[in-house]
Design a protein around this ligand. Sequence first.
Ligand SMILES: [Zn+2]
Length: 276
Amino acid sequence: MWCALLLAFVLVAQTAPHVQPLPLFDVHSAFWSNLHSYLHALTRASAPLRENRRFIASLAPLIERHGAAIAKPLAASFDAKWPARPIPVDVVYDAGPPGNAHTTSDPAHITIGAGDRRYQDLAALEVVFHEASHVWDMVLMKGVNEAAARLGVRAPRDLWHALLFFNAGVITAAVLAAAGTPDYRLYVDVEGMFDRAYKGWRPAIQKHWPEFLAGRLSRDAAITEILLEITPRLPGIGDQFGPGISRQAFPLKSCTPDDGPLTTAPWTELIPDPCP
Ligand SMILES: [Zn+2]
């Protein structure tokens, strides 16, 4: 009797419907919400993409017309030649701080923010060559640091960058002037950088850097002269720039007979003639 009852219970338990507990969440892809977000993102992205295309359409003909004339002296100012392969330039709407444009050297790769109001029209031409100059910026950092060490002065932290700005700016301006646009204003001047970060440096840079670009002064000599004018002299050193450093250590002219005037700095006449 008991066996029959137990068998009946087991049979009933096995045939009863099994109730599944409900899941805690119903996770799924929300099609309509996703479509809404996708269309919203497309709408937001279209304006920057239009800006990027407009920037490229403006810059490309300027590079086509003036690029070669700028590239050669610019690379030469760093004792370099323009890279054999084109330097990739990523045009994005916003390249981020500090300057909304940046460059990696190895491999050379430029990123520029097309939405930046400072980088429009001819200024875009200068900035692309400014950024390309960063491929060789170590030349200026090294030159400034070594000249400062020789002089026994503390180099202003951003002097190398001010030189890079000025260098790309004046080379661009010279090429534009030769092509019939004589009134181009350098980016550093438009942005007033010589009134802020580079305050007080313009007269020295304007005086000596073009002498270097004209081949009448070596780059190291130009940097030395600029440093001497913008950094405080050490007191009581007579005709020396610093302890144990004499002007004789800094011949400012090459010995090429065709070289023109060296510099207008008043103390250069005290420098012994390095030429035999
Ligand atoms: Zn820069």
